[in-house]
Design a binder for this molecule. Structure first.
Ligand SMILES: [Zn+2]
Length: 53
């Protein structure tokens, strides 16, 4: 079965930068390839998930 395709909006709570990424929802987590923000913040992030139809 193919993993669900989703769009993810990631907002950095440190510098306020926003990233819109396409990802896949795997079992229990979201794979977007996102590593960290341009300000090196990798933990204090607000992640919003949208389904793509
Ligand atoms: Zn940032």
């Amino acid at each position: 079965m193919e993993a669900a395709r989703i769009k993810v909006t990631i907002r950095c709570n440190v510098c306020g930068e926003k990233f819109v990424l396409r990802g896949r929802r795997e079992k229990g987590w979201i794979d977007t390839g996102f590593k960290q923000c341009i300000c090196n913040n990798a933990n204090d992030l607000e992640i919003e998930e949208h389904s793509v139809f």
